[in-house]
Design a protein around this ligand. Structure first.
Ligand SMILES: Nc1ncnc2c1ncn2[C@@H]1O[C@H](COP(=O)(O)OP(=O)(O)OP(=O)(O)O)[C@@H](O)[C@H]1O
Length: 238
């Protein structure tokens, strides 16, 4: 079924108690964009960290497809302070042993898309927030990964860059890549995600397509924001 990620977290947390996530189970298949949403503190980042192997305190299974080509775009850009943008790009290519012919073409296109051609010999540490975010997008998308894990990608991007990112995500999906995206920008998520996983207090409160989420909430034709508001404010069932 072309599954790129199959996640079955029984429980996870930051110590032996593993009390943050409970029964978080979902998958991402080829060509699919899955939105991971939920209020502050719901467990989205914990889920992502656990998937990425950055959290050892979990019980359950995490399966990737055989290629294991994963690119992670963190919410906060991370750089080496004394390296230029171009040196970061070259380092990424070298570490991942990317084929030169294909990465150079893609990087050229990405630098043009995100209007960073004029600063390739400058260090990202001196860039604006949006330029830093765009650089992270370039490092990720130049890899032609089969699975992208993207943590809140829209913050800091101007409307042009946001639109370009949306087009890029679409292009990557058409290529067959799967995307797991955590975001609070629900009007955009509603438009672009194929499915949603809505976390609340470390558990999956609702999951499925927009229509399935609406059905779960008993709110046909409502927006994702309305469904989110309903689910996160309803009285807990006893
Ligand atoms: N390093 C940590 N050590 C201990 N507890 C943590 C740590 N990081 C997060 N938590 C706790 O785990 C819970 C889930 O946090 P997490 O960062 O996964 O939420 P989130 O859904 O990503 O929130 P946000 O939308 O605010 O980014 C919170 O109660 C938080 O306090």
């Amino acid at each position: 079924m072309n599954r790129l990620l199959t996640l079955e977290i029984e429980k996870a947390g930051y110590d032996e108690g593993m009390s943050i996530l409970s029964n978080v189970t979902f998958n991402v298949t080829r060509g699919e964009l899955v939105g991971l949403i939920g209020p502050n503190g719901a467990g989205k980042s914990t889920t992502i960290k656990t998937i990425l192997g950055m959290n050892e305190h979990y019980k359950g299974t995490i399966h990737f497809d055989s290629k294991r080509e994963i690119a992670y775009i963190p919410e906060k850009p991370v750089y080496y302070f004394d390296m230029t943008l171009w040196e970061h790009i070259e380092l990424t290519a070298a570490l991942l042993q990317l084929e030169e012919k294909s990465w150079t073409v893609k990087v050229k296109k990405l630098l043009k898309t995100f209007e960073l051609e004029h600063v390739i010999h400058e260090t990202p540490a001196t860039f604006s927030k949006g330029m830093q975010q765009k650089s992270m997008l370039i490092f990720a998308f130049m890899t032609n990964a089969s699975l992208y894990i993207v943590d809140e990608p829209f913050i800091g991007l101007d409307p042009n860059a946001t639109k370009k990112l949306l087009l890029l995500l679409e292009e990557e999906q058409k290529r067959g890549a799967g995307i797991l995206m955590s975001t609070h920008v629900l009007d955009t998520a509603e438009k672009i995600c194929d499915r949603f996983v809505l976390l609340l207090d470390g558990k999956i409160e609702a999951t499925g397509t927009m229509e399935e989420i609406q059905t779960t909430c008993g709110l046909p034709n409502s927006s994702l924001l309305d469904c989110f508001y309903f689910l996160s404010n309803k009285e807990p069932s006893v």
